[in-house]
Ligand binder design. Structure first.
Ligand code: PLP
Length: 368
Protein backbone atom coordinates (compact mmCIF):
# COMPACT_ATOMS: atom_id res chain seq x y z
CA UNK A 1 0.00 0.00 0.00
CA UNK A 2 1.25 3.46 -0.95
CA UNK A 3 1.88 5.68 2.10
CA UNK A 4 0.12 8.90 1.14
CA UNK A 5 2.15 10.92 3.63
CA UNK A 6 5.16 10.48 1.35
CA UNK A 7 3.32 12.49 -1.32
CA UNK A 8 3.03 15.61 0.82
CA UNK A 9 5.54 18.23 -0.23
CA UNK A 10 6.43 21.36 1.68
CA UNK A 11 3.80 23.98 0.85
CA UNK A 12 4.04 27.67 1.56
CA UNK A 13 0.77 28.37 3.35
CA UNK A 14 -0.40 31.88 2.47
CA UNK A 15 -4.12 31.35 2.80
CA UNK A 16 -6.53 32.17 5.62
CA UNK A 17 -4.94 29.50 7.86
CA UNK A 18 -3.25 27.26 8.64
CA UNK A 19 -0.02 29.21 8.19
CA UNK A 20 3.28 27.42 7.60
CA UNK A 21 4.50 25.72 10.76
CA UNK A 22 7.87 26.93 12.01
CA UNK A 23 10.74 24.40 12.34
CA UNK A 24 10.95 25.04 16.09
CA UNK A 25 7.29 24.05 16.45
CA UNK A 26 7.72 20.92 14.29
CA UNK A 27 10.60 20.03 16.55
CA UNK A 28 8.54 20.66 19.69
CA UNK A 29 5.73 18.41 18.45
CA UNK A 30 8.11 15.48 18.20
CA UNK A 31 9.11 15.81 21.88
CA UNK A 32 8.32 12.61 23.83
CA UNK A 33 4.70 12.39 24.87
CA UNK A 34 4.26 12.20 28.65
CA UNK A 35 1.14 11.58 30.72
CA UNK A 36 -1.33 14.47 30.83
CA UNK A 37 -1.18 14.64 34.64
CA UNK A 38 2.62 14.29 34.69
CA UNK A 39 4.22 17.12 36.66
CA UNK A 40 6.46 17.98 33.68
CA UNK A 41 3.40 18.50 31.48
CA UNK A 42 1.59 20.50 34.17
CA UNK A 43 4.64 22.78 34.46
CA UNK A 44 4.60 23.31 30.70
CA UNK A 45 0.90 24.17 30.92
CA UNK A 46 1.56 26.67 33.72
CA UNK A 47 4.23 28.44 31.67
CA UNK A 48 1.95 28.34 28.63
CA UNK A 49 -0.79 30.09 30.61
CA UNK A 50 1.67 32.74 31.84
CA UNK A 51 2.94 33.41 28.32
CA UNK A 52 -0.63 33.57 27.02
CA UNK A 53 -1.50 36.21 29.63
CA UNK A 54 1.54 38.25 28.65
CA UNK A 55 0.83 38.06 24.90
CA UNK A 56 -2.90 38.75 25.33
CA UNK A 57 -2.06 41.66 27.67
CA UNK A 58 -4.25 40.41 30.48
CA UNK A 59 -3.98 39.39 34.11
CA UNK A 60 -6.97 37.03 33.75
CA UNK A 61 -6.48 34.04 35.98
CA UNK A 62 -8.67 31.86 33.75
CA UNK A 63 -6.46 31.80 30.66
CA UNK A 64 -5.61 28.51 28.97
CA UNK A 65 -5.50 26.56 25.71
CA UNK A 66 -8.70 24.62 24.99
CA UNK A 67 -8.30 21.19 23.38
CA UNK A 68 -9.73 21.76 19.93
CA UNK A 69 -9.61 24.27 17.08
CA UNK A 70 -10.76 27.90 17.10
CA UNK A 71 -14.40 26.86 16.80
CA UNK A 72 -14.13 24.88 20.06
CA UNK A 73 -12.64 27.93 21.75
CA UNK A 74 -15.42 30.08 20.27
CA UNK A 75 -18.10 27.67 21.43
CA UNK A 76 -16.52 27.47 24.91
CA UNK A 77 -17.08 31.22 25.38
CA UNK A 78 -20.73 31.14 24.33
CA UNK A 79 -21.84 27.92 26.05
CA UNK A 80 -20.32 29.02 29.35
CA UNK A 81 -21.46 32.65 29.35
CA UNK A 82 -25.01 32.37 27.99
CA UNK A 83 -27.98 31.01 29.90
CA UNK A 84 -31.40 30.41 28.31
CA UNK A 85 -33.31 33.68 27.84
CA UNK A 86 -30.23 35.95 28.15
CA UNK A 87 -30.48 39.03 25.94
CA UNK A 88 -27.44 39.03 23.68
CA UNK A 89 -26.20 41.03 20.70
CA UNK A 90 -24.02 39.57 17.94
CA UNK A 91 -22.33 41.83 15.40
CA UNK A 92 -22.14 40.19 11.99
CA UNK A 93 -20.07 41.47 9.07
CA UNK A 94 -18.66 38.22 7.75
CA UNK A 95 -18.64 34.45 7.85
CA UNK A 96 -17.31 34.16 11.40
CA UNK A 97 -19.86 36.59 12.83
CA UNK A 98 -22.43 34.28 11.22
CA UNK A 99 -20.82 31.31 12.94
CA UNK A 100 -21.27 33.06 16.31
CA UNK A 101 -24.98 33.40 15.46
CA UNK A 102 -25.20 29.75 14.47
CA UNK A 103 -23.70 28.69 17.81
CA UNK A 104 -25.94 31.04 19.84
CA UNK A 105 -29.10 29.87 18.05
CA UNK A 106 -28.59 26.55 19.82
CA UNK A 107 -28.47 28.12 23.29
CA UNK A 108 -32.02 29.51 23.55
CA UNK A 109 -30.72 33.03 24.01
CA UNK A 110 -32.83 36.10 23.24
CA UNK A 111 -30.52 37.13 20.38
CA UNK A 112 -30.37 40.33 18.34
CA UNK A 113 -28.11 40.58 15.32
CA UNK A 114 -26.50 43.77 14.06
CA UNK A 115 -25.37 43.33 10.46
CA UNK A 116 -22.85 45.37 8.53
CA UNK A 117 -21.83 44.92 4.92
CA UNK A 118 -19.19 42.24 4.26
CA UNK A 119 -15.96 44.12 3.56
CA UNK A 120 -16.94 47.03 5.86
CA UNK A 121 -16.28 47.39 9.60
CA UNK A 122 -18.75 47.82 12.45
CA UNK A 123 -20.06 51.41 12.43
CA UNK A 124 -19.87 52.82 15.96
CA UNK A 125 -22.91 55.11 15.63
CA UNK A 126 -25.15 52.24 14.51
CA UNK A 127 -23.79 50.12 17.33
CA UNK A 128 -24.52 52.87 19.88
CA UNK A 129 -28.04 53.27 18.50
CA UNK A 130 -28.67 49.52 18.94
CA UNK A 131 -27.46 49.67 22.55
CA UNK A 132 -29.87 52.52 23.28
CA UNK A 133 -32.77 50.26 22.23
CA UNK A 134 -32.02 47.40 24.65
CA UNK A 135 -29.91 46.31 27.58
CA UNK A 136 -27.78 43.25 26.78
CA UNK A 137 -26.15 40.67 29.03
CA UNK A 138 -23.56 39.91 26.38
CA UNK A 139 -22.18 41.47 23.19
CA UNK A 140 -19.90 39.62 20.77
CA UNK A 141 -17.75 40.93 17.92
CA UNK A 142 -15.08 39.42 15.64
CA UNK A 143 -11.85 41.44 15.81
CA UNK A 144 -10.25 40.26 12.55
CA UNK A 145 -12.90 38.96 10.14
CA UNK A 146 -10.95 36.35 8.16
CA UNK A 147 -13.65 36.07 5.49
CA UNK A 148 -13.31 39.71 4.41
CA UNK A 149 -9.98 41.05 5.72
CA UNK A 150 -11.71 43.68 7.89
CA UNK A 151 -10.55 44.84 11.35
CA UNK A 152 -13.43 45.82 13.60
CA UNK A 153 -12.75 48.68 16.07
CA UNK A 154 -12.77 46.52 19.21
CA UNK A 155 -10.82 49.14 21.18
CA UNK A 156 -13.76 51.59 20.94
CA UNK A 157 -16.56 49.31 22.06
CA UNK A 158 -16.34 48.89 25.82
CA UNK A 159 -17.12 52.54 26.62
CA UNK A 160 -20.63 52.12 25.15
CA UNK A 161 -21.52 48.92 27.03
CA UNK A 162 -23.39 48.81 30.34
CA UNK A 163 -21.24 47.90 33.31
CA UNK A 164 -22.77 44.46 33.60
CA UNK A 165 -22.65 43.58 29.88
CA UNK A 166 -20.07 40.90 29.06
CA UNK A 167 -17.96 41.54 25.96
CA UNK A 168 -16.76 38.54 23.88
CA UNK A 169 -14.13 38.99 21.17
CA UNK A 170 -13.02 36.58 18.45
CA UNK A 171 -9.26 37.02 18.13
CA UNK A 172 -8.64 33.97 15.95
CA UNK A 173 -6.86 35.92 13.20
CA UNK A 174 -5.77 38.94 15.26
CA UNK A 175 -3.82 37.28 18.09
CA UNK A 176 -0.09 37.60 17.41
CA UNK A 177 -0.60 39.51 14.15
CA UNK A 178 -2.08 42.89 15.16
CA UNK A 179 -2.41 44.80 18.43
CA UNK A 180 -4.80 43.18 20.92
CA UNK A 181 -5.12 44.48 24.49
CA UNK A 182 -7.57 42.32 26.38
CA UNK A 183 -7.63 44.19 29.73
CA UNK A 184 -7.29 47.73 28.40
CA UNK A 185 -10.12 47.18 25.90
CA UNK A 186 -12.43 45.71 28.55
CA UNK A 187 -12.78 42.29 26.93
CA UNK A 188 -14.43 39.67 29.17
CA UNK A 189 -13.85 36.60 27.02
CA UNK A 190 -11.45 36.21 24.14
CA UNK A 191 -10.54 33.20 22.05
CA UNK A 192 -8.04 32.42 19.31
CA UNK A 193 -6.50 29.41 17.57
CA UNK A 194 -3.08 27.84 17.05
CA UNK A 195 -2.81 27.70 13.27
CA UNK A 196 -2.64 31.38 12.30
CA UNK A 197 -0.49 33.89 14.21
CA UNK A 198 1.07 31.12 16.32
CA UNK A 199 2.00 28.98 13.28
CA UNK A 200 1.23 25.65 14.93
CA UNK A 201 -0.84 22.91 13.34
CA UNK A 202 -4.51 23.27 14.29
CA UNK A 203 -5.27 21.56 17.61
CA UNK A 204 -5.31 23.64 20.79
CA UNK A 205 -6.76 27.15 21.07
CA UNK A 206 -6.23 29.94 23.62
CA UNK A 207 -9.14 31.34 25.64
CA UNK A 208 -9.17 33.89 28.44
CA UNK A 209 -12.03 34.93 30.75
CA UNK A 210 -12.12 38.04 32.97
CA UNK A 211 -13.01 37.68 36.66
CA UNK A 212 -16.52 39.02 35.82
CA UNK A 213 -16.92 36.30 33.22
CA UNK A 214 -15.53 33.73 35.61
CA UNK A 215 -18.10 34.80 38.24
CA UNK A 216 -20.90 34.45 35.70
CA UNK A 217 -19.73 30.90 35.04
CA UNK A 218 -19.51 30.05 38.74
CA UNK A 219 -22.95 31.54 39.46
CA UNK A 220 -24.80 29.89 36.56
CA UNK A 221 -28.18 28.48 37.49
CA UNK A 222 -28.24 26.00 34.61
CA UNK A 223 -25.69 23.39 33.61
CA UNK A 224 -23.36 24.31 30.74
CA UNK A 225 -25.03 22.43 27.86
CA UNK A 226 -21.75 20.90 26.75
CA UNK A 227 -19.58 18.55 28.80
CA UNK A 228 -16.32 18.90 26.86
CA UNK A 229 -16.20 22.70 27.02
CA UNK A 230 -17.58 23.19 30.54
CA UNK A 231 -15.15 25.71 32.04
CA UNK A 232 -16.11 24.84 35.62
CA UNK A 233 -14.71 21.37 35.02
CA UNK A 234 -11.83 22.59 32.87
CA UNK A 235 -10.78 24.98 35.64
CA UNK A 236 -10.21 21.99 37.89
CA UNK A 237 -8.45 19.98 35.19
CA UNK A 238 -6.13 22.60 33.74
CA UNK A 239 -6.07 25.17 36.51
CA UNK A 240 -6.84 23.82 39.97
CA UNK A 241 -4.24 22.98 42.62
CA UNK A 242 -5.38 19.36 42.57
CA UNK A 243 -5.81 18.58 38.86
CA UNK A 244 -8.94 16.53 38.31
CA UNK A 245 -9.22 14.36 35.17
CA UNK A 246 -11.71 15.72 32.66
CA UNK A 247 -10.34 14.61 29.27
CA UNK A 248 -6.91 13.74 27.93
CA UNK A 249 -5.33 16.97 26.72
CA UNK A 250 -3.63 16.69 23.31
CA UNK A 251 -0.15 16.78 24.87
CA UNK A 252 1.88 17.37 21.71
CA UNK A 253 -0.47 20.10 20.45
CA UNK A 254 0.10 21.79 23.81
CA UNK A 255 3.88 21.45 23.29
CA UNK A 256 3.36 23.24 19.97
CA UNK A 257 1.51 26.17 21.57
CA UNK A 258 4.13 26.36 24.32
CA UNK A 259 6.95 26.56 21.75
CA UNK A 260 5.09 29.09 19.56
CA UNK A 261 4.52 31.38 22.56
CA UNK A 262 8.14 30.92 23.59
CA UNK A 263 9.24 32.00 20.07
CA UNK A 264 6.80 34.92 20.10
CA UNK A 265 8.21 36.10 23.40
CA UNK A 266 11.79 35.78 22.07
CA UNK A 267 11.02 37.80 18.93
CA UNK A 268 8.98 40.31 20.96
CA UNK A 269 5.28 40.94 20.33
CA UNK A 270 5.81 44.45 18.95
CA UNK A 271 8.45 43.24 16.51
CA UNK A 272 6.21 40.39 15.39
CA UNK A 273 3.35 42.80 14.73
CA UNK A 274 5.67 45.13 12.77
CA UNK A 275 6.89 42.17 10.70
CA UNK A 276 3.28 41.42 9.69
CA UNK A 277 2.68 45.06 8.78
CA UNK A 278 5.86 45.35 6.74
CA UNK A 279 5.13 42.18 4.76
CA UNK A 280 1.57 43.42 4.17
CA UNK A 281 2.70 46.81 2.85
CA UNK A 282 5.12 45.19 0.40
CA UNK A 283 2.39 42.80 -0.71
CA UNK A 284 -0.10 45.61 -1.36
CA UNK A 285 2.50 47.61 -3.33
CA UNK A 286 3.45 44.56 -5.41
CA UNK A 287 -0.16 43.64 -6.10
CA UNK A 288 -0.95 47.17 -7.24
CA UNK A 289 1.89 46.97 -9.77
CA UNK A 290 0.36 43.86 -11.33
CA UNK A 291 -3.10 45.43 -11.33
CA UNK A 292 -4.65 43.66 -8.33
CA UNK A 293 -6.72 45.82 -5.99
CA UNK A 294 -7.58 45.35 -2.32
CA UNK A 295 -11.22 44.78 -1.29
CA UNK A 296 -10.95 46.64 1.99
CA UNK A 297 -10.27 50.32 2.69
CA UNK A 298 -6.76 51.03 4.04
CA UNK A 299 -8.11 52.35 7.38
CA UNK A 300 -9.49 49.01 8.51
CA UNK A 301 -7.48 46.51 6.48
CA UNK A 302 -5.89 43.52 8.20
CA UNK A 303 -2.20 42.92 7.53
CA UNK A 304 -2.67 39.23 8.31
CA UNK A 305 -5.56 38.65 5.89
CA UNK A 306 -5.41 40.40 2.56
CA UNK A 307 -8.67 40.21 0.65
CA UNK A 308 -7.86 41.05 -2.98
CA UNK A 309 -10.26 41.46 -5.88
CA UNK A 310 -9.79 38.80 -8.56
CA UNK A 311 -9.11 40.68 -11.81
CA UNK A 312 -11.78 40.51 -14.49
CA UNK A 313 -11.60 37.49 -16.83
CA UNK A 314 -9.21 35.64 -14.50
CA UNK A 315 -10.16 32.08 -13.57
CA UNK A 316 -10.18 31.91 -9.74
CA UNK A 317 -9.86 28.14 -9.38
CA UNK A 318 -7.31 27.72 -12.19
CA UNK A 319 -4.93 30.29 -10.72
CA UNK A 320 -5.20 28.88 -7.19
CA UNK A 321 -4.63 25.37 -8.52
CA UNK A 322 -1.56 26.44 -10.52
CA UNK A 323 -0.17 28.29 -7.51
CA UNK A 324 -0.53 25.14 -5.44
CA UNK A 325 0.51 22.51 -7.98
CA UNK A 326 3.24 24.38 -9.87
CA UNK A 327 4.56 26.75 -7.20
CA UNK A 328 3.69 25.02 -3.91
CA UNK A 329 1.92 28.11 -2.62
CA UNK A 330 -1.56 28.02 -1.11
CA UNK A 331 -3.84 31.06 -1.07
CA UNK A 332 -7.55 31.03 -0.18
CA UNK A 333 -10.71 31.72 -2.16
CA UNK A 334 -13.66 33.84 -1.05
CA UNK A 335 -16.42 32.63 1.26
CA UNK A 336 -20.21 33.18 1.00
CA UNK A 337 -21.11 36.21 -1.15
CA UNK A 338 -17.40 36.81 -1.84
CA UNK A 339 -16.81 33.33 -3.34
CA UNK A 340 -15.27 33.71 -6.82
CA UNK A 341 -14.80 37.44 -6.26
CA UNK A 342 -11.77 37.60 -3.96
CA UNK A 343 -8.63 35.75 -3.03
CA UNK A 344 -7.58 35.68 0.59
CA UNK A 345 -3.84 36.02 1.03
CA UNK A 346 -2.69 35.27 4.55
CA UNK A 347 0.42 36.75 6.11
CA UNK A 348 0.33 35.01 9.45
CA UNK A 349 3.02 33.94 11.87
CA UNK A 350 5.92 32.10 10.25
CA UNK A 351 4.49 32.80 6.76
CA UNK A 352 4.56 36.60 7.28
CA UNK A 353 7.90 37.27 5.62
CA UNK A 354 8.97 39.61 2.85
CA UNK A 355 10.73 36.73 1.04
CA UNK A 356 7.40 34.85 0.91
CA UNK A 357 5.62 37.93 -0.44
CA UNK A 358 8.17 38.10 -3.27
CA UNK A 359 7.71 34.38 -4.01
CA UNK A 360 3.94 34.83 -4.29
CA UNK A 361 4.18 38.01 -6.38
CA UNK A 362 6.56 36.47 -8.87
CA UNK A 363 4.37 33.35 -9.19
CA UNK A 364 1.28 35.52 -9.73
CA UNK A 365 3.10 37.61 -12.35
CA UNK A 366 3.90 34.46 -14.28
CA UNK A 367 0.36 33.11 -14.07
CA UNK A 368 -1.69 36.22 -14.87
N1 PLP B 1 -13.09 32.71 13.88
C1 PLP B 1 -12.35 33.21 12.88
C2 PLP B 1 -12.24 34.70 12.73
C3 PLP B 1 -11.68 32.37 12.01
O1 PLP B 1 -10.94 32.87 11.03
C4 PLP B 1 -11.82 30.96 12.18
C5 PLP B 1 -11.15 30.03 11.26
O2 PLP B 1 -10.59 30.40 10.27
C6 PLP B 1 -12.60 30.48 13.23
C7 PLP B 1 -13.23 31.39 14.07
C8 PLP B 1 -12.77 29.02 13.46
O3 PLP B 1 -11.54 28.41 13.77
P1 PLP B 1 -11.21 26.90 13.39
O4 PLP B 1 -11.32 26.75 11.92
O5 PLP B 1 -9.80 26.74 13.92
O6 PLP B 1 -12.17 26.03 14.13
Amino acid sequence: MDNKLNNIEKTLLMGPGPSSVSPTVYNAISTYTVGHLDKRFLDIMDDTKDMLREMLKTTNDLTLPISGTGTAAMESCFVNLIEPGDKILIVENGYFGSRMINICQRLNADMDILNFKWGEPLVINDFKAQLRKKKYKLVAVVHAETSTGVRNPIEEIKQYLDNDTLFIVDAVTSFGTINLEVDKWGIDAVYSCSQKGLSCPPGASPVSFSSRAQNKILERKSLVPNFYLDMKQLMQYLGGKQRVYHHTAPINSMYAIYQALFDLKCEGLDKTISRHLEAHEILVEGLEIIGIKMLVNKDYRLPSLNAVIIPKDVDDIKIRESLLCDHNIEIGGGLGPLAGKIWRIGLMGYSAKISNVHKLLSALKRLL
